[in-house]
Ligand binder design. Structure first.
Ligand code: BDR
Ligand code: CA
Length: 320
C-alpha cells in the first residue's frame, strides 16, 4: 500500500481527498497551507475532519502566504470557514508542534523512496521544503498534484487557483526533477458530484450526511460562480494514479509555469507537440518531459469510487 502525505487547504474537495486517501492508501500525514481560506482555518478544518472520521493522522500547520507576494482569501467557493455547509465536530487534538515544511522533510526522510506527496492546495509548503532540503528530490517517490489546466482556468482565463496562488512555488516544484503527475482542471472538472449523488449521501450514515451537506453548499457556489451543475472533486484526482490508475490517462510532456505578471501569469504551459529532434530555426525546441499530465478520465466510475468510499465509511464510535 502506498504511503501518502497530503498537503492541502480544506476545502470541500480537499476533505474528500483526505477521506478517499485514508480509505485506500496509508495516509501518513496531513500538512496545511493557506488557499481556500487562511491557514488557521484550513488547519482547524483538517483537524475537525480527521476527528469526524476517527483518524489519528498527524497534522502540521504550514505557510500562511505565497513565497513572494501577499494574498487575500475570498472564500468565494468554499465559504467563510473554508468548508461551509455542515457542522464538523470540534477538533479532538491540536496540530503538531512542528512546521509543515519540516514535517514534509522528516516524513520523506523516514519513508525514503516510498512516500508519495500530494499537494492539493497552493504549492508553497512543498517549494519551501525542496529549497530547505534538496535531498527531498531523491527521497520522494512521486509528487502528484491537483493543479493547473491544459485548457481554461478558473481564476484567470488560463490559470487554475492552486498554481495562480503561488506561481513561483509551482515553478520550483515542476523543475525539481521528482517523478510528477498533474491532474488539472481539464480533467478534474469532469469528476462531479450531482444533486442525485447528494441525495444518496443525505440518506446515508452520519459521515455521508455531513458530506451531503458540504457538497450541497459547494455545488450551489460552483453553479452560481462558474455555471456548472456538479461539485468538482478536483483534489481526489491527484490520488488516482496510486488508487485506481486505469481511471485517469496521462501523457508525459514538458510543463512550464508562466511567471510573468501579464495576462497569463500562473498558466501551466504543457508542450503536447510531438517535435522531433530536428532543429528548425523558428520552432523553439522541446524542454525535457517533466510531468505526466492528465488528459482523460472515466469520470462517472471515478465519482462512484469516491461515493463508495464516503458511503461505506464506518460510523464514528460516538454515533453507534
Ligand atoms: C483547486 O482550488 C481549490 O478551490 C480546490 O480545493 C482545488 O484544490 C481547484 O482549482
Ligand atoms: Ca484544494
Amino acid at each position: 500500500m502506498h504511503k501518502v502525505l497530503i498537503d492541502c487547504d480544506p476545502g470541500h474537495d480537499d476533505a474528500t481527498a483526505i477521506l478517499y486517501a485514508a480509505r485506500h492508501l496509508d495516509l501518513v500525514g496531513v500538512t496545511t497551507v493557506y488557499g481556500n481560506q487562511s491557514v488557521d482555518k484550513t488547519t482547524a478544518n483538517a483537524l475537525s475532519l480527521l476527528t469526524l472520521l476517527g483518524l489519528d493522522v498527524p497534522v502540521a500547520r504550514g505557510c500562511d502566504r505565497p513565497l513572494n507576494h501577499s494574498f487575500s482569501h475570498g472564500g468565494d467557493v468554499h465559504g467563510k470557514t473554508g468548508i461551509d455547509g455542515a457542522d464538523l465536530p470540534a477538533p479532538s487534538r491540536a496540530a503538531l508542534d512542528m512546521h509543515a515544511v519540516d514535517f514534509i522533510i522528516e516524513t520523506a526522510s523516514r519513508y525514503r523512496e516510498e512516500l508519495v506527496l500530494c499537494p492539493i492546495g497552493p504549492f508553497t509548503n512543498v517549494a519551501m521544503a525542496l529549497r530547505k532540503e534538496p535531498r527531498l528530490t531523491k527521497w520522494l517517490r512521486a509528487i502528484s498534484v491537483m493543479g493547473g489546466t491544459t485548457q481554461v482556468g478558473n481564476t484567470t482565463p488560463v490559470a487554475e487557483f492552486n498554481i495562480w496562488s503561488d506561481p513561483e512555488a509551482a515553478d520550483i516544484v515542476y523543475r525539481a526533477g521528482v517523478p510528477m503527475w498533474m491532474a488539472g482542471l481539464n480533467v478534474t472538472r469532469q469528476v462531479g458530484i450531482t444533486e442525485d449523488d447528494i441525495k444518496r449521501l443525505q440518506a446515508g450514515g452520519s459521515v455521508a450526511r455531513v458530506f451531503g451537506g458540504l457538497f450541497s453548499f459547494f455545488l450551489a457556489r460552483l453553479r452560481e460562480i462558474h455555471g456548472i451543475n456538479s461539485a468538482s472533486m478536483h483534489d481526489s484526482c491527484a490520488l488516482v494514479p496510486f488508487i485506481a490508475p486505469d481511471l485517469i490517462t496521462y501523457r508525459e510532456c514538458p510543463v512550464e509555469i508562466e511567471l510573468s505578471n501579464g495576462l497569463t501569469r500562473g498558466m501551466t504551459v504543457c508542450d503536447f507537440r510531438n517535435l522531433t529532434a530536428a532543429k528548425l530555426e523558428n520552432i523553439r525546441s522541446r524542454a525535457a518531459p517533466n510531468c505526466h499530465v492528465a488528459v482523460g478520465v472515466k469520470a462517472r466510475p471515478l465519482v462512484e469510487h469516491i461515493m463508495e468510499a464516503i458511503l461505506d465509511w464506518p460510523e464514528p464510535k460516538s454515533a453507534t
